[in-house]
Design a binder for this molecule. Structure first.
Ligand SMILES: [Zn+2]
Length: 173
């Protein structure tokens, strides 16, 4: 099967999504190309990093800025397996990324038309969007992940799980 360049890059993003799943993270992966060549790859690390902003797209953008030594990603294409959320869509605008390619749509949080279309607003930068590239594979990864999660419910945490493990040194006698 001959894959288009978009499909090839999305396959790399899907491989990243699988890395996230193996860590117990929601399987979302991203690839950022510069002049058509892969510059950075990343996957969702929200649970591992205990960090609300550790989305695949944001990590790929941050690493690209570090590698390039600048914030203007005007020759980049961002590939991501799930439609970007408001935070990541905002980062895409701020980084001046000219083109975004995503796989599965996200009706709950997607900002390329899934929930709202942030790129239809008159910001100073409007990326071009290609949707649905390898969407079946991306959707299947997400479906499998959430099915597994429901089969293995996490134990309910008790109050003492949130308390300090050791008493502070100045705690009485
Ligand atoms: Zn996001």
């Amino acid at each position: 099967m001959d894959l288009t360049r978009d499909e090839q890059m999305m396959q790399l993003a899907l491989a990243e999504a699988k890395k996230a799943a193996s860590l117990g993270e929601t399987p979302i992966g991203a690839v950022l190309t510069w002049d058509g060549e892969v510059l950075t790859t990343a996957h969702n690390l929200r649970e591992t990093g205990k960090m609300a902003t550790a989305h695949a797209e944001l990590l790929a953008i941050e690493e690209a800025c570090r590698k390039l030594g600048g914030w203007r990603l005007h020759r980049a294409v961002l590939y991501v397996t799930l439609e970007p959320c408001p935070m990541c869509a905002g980062a895409i605008i701020n980084a001046r990324i000219p083109r975004v390619v995503y796989a599965a749509a996200d009706k709950k949080a997607g900002c390329c038309g899934g929930l709202i279309d942030l790129f239809a607003a008159p910001f100073n930068h409007i990326p071009q969007v290609t949707a649905g590239v390898l969407k079946e594979e991306a959707q299947q990864l997400l479906t499998d992940f959430f099915t597994q999660l429901r089969q293995k419910p996490r134990p309910r945490r008790k109050l003492q799980d949130f308390m300090p493990k050791q008493k502070p040194e100045n705690y009485g006698v």
